[in-house]
Design a protein around this ligand. Structure first.
Ligand SMILES: [Zn+2]
Length: 188
């Protein structure tokens, strides 16, 4: 392991005022950089953690969050079939559009549509073939079964929208009990 050296430190007083919120940027000889932001105060860290919202840094009460869960749970490994896998990756309408493109194409190399190409490659991963007639059948089957997949992209996108709306509603109250936005300044 190449060791990291600290290049700069930004900081700002924590909520209790006795210590600091610190942003530490380090790099190694391969110019790999890592930035680490933390509450360097035992008292505050027991009550708060850091979160960023719209690019602004806050100390948020532990147990609360202003982050929206993505909705799209990437339990792709849990897919049992190609049909389920692409239902998780794409909206129904996207799959339908890709299906049309693939139905009108003779070979993979003639396809320009990005989604259609990705779906073809997924099919190769799952079913080990890009034979157009077989791919078409599989996609058709995914379209027919789409509504049965509980984690389809349509469902998770909808959940995300709901979570986001709910979060926007709760956020002002959480921010009132938070500390910030925190303005970090370079340590001299
Ligand atoms: Zn503190």
């Amino acid at each position: 392991m190449m060791s990291y050296e600290v290049d700069y430190i930004y900081e700002a007083p924590c909520k209790c005022g006795k210590n600091f919120v610190v942003e530490e940027s380090s790099s190694n000889d391969w110019l790999q950089r890592r930035v680490c932001t933390y509450i360097n105060c035992k008292e505050c860290a027991e009550k708060y953690h850091l979160e960023t919202s719209n690019g602004l840094l806050y100390m948020i009460p532990n147990g609360e969050t202003i982050l929206v869960s993505s909705g799209n749970n990437w339990t792709v490994g849990g897919s049992k079939s190609f049909e389920e896998y692409i239902a998780k990756q794409f909206r129904l309408q996207e799959i339908k559009n890709a299906y049309e493109v693939i139905c009108n194409a003779t070979t993979y190399s003639k396809i320009n549509n990005g989604t259609a190409r990705r779906i073809m490659r997924c099919h190769k991963d799952w079913n080990n073939t890009m034979k157009m007639s077989i791919v078409r059948e599989s996609i058709k089957s995914s379209i027919e079964k789409y509504g049965n997949f509980k984690n389809s992209k349509d469902v998770t996108d909808e959940e995300y929208k709901k979570n986001k709306a709910e979060m926007e509603r709760r956020k002002p109250d959480i921010l009132k009990r938070s500390y910030g936005p925190i303005e970090l300044k370079r340590r001299n």
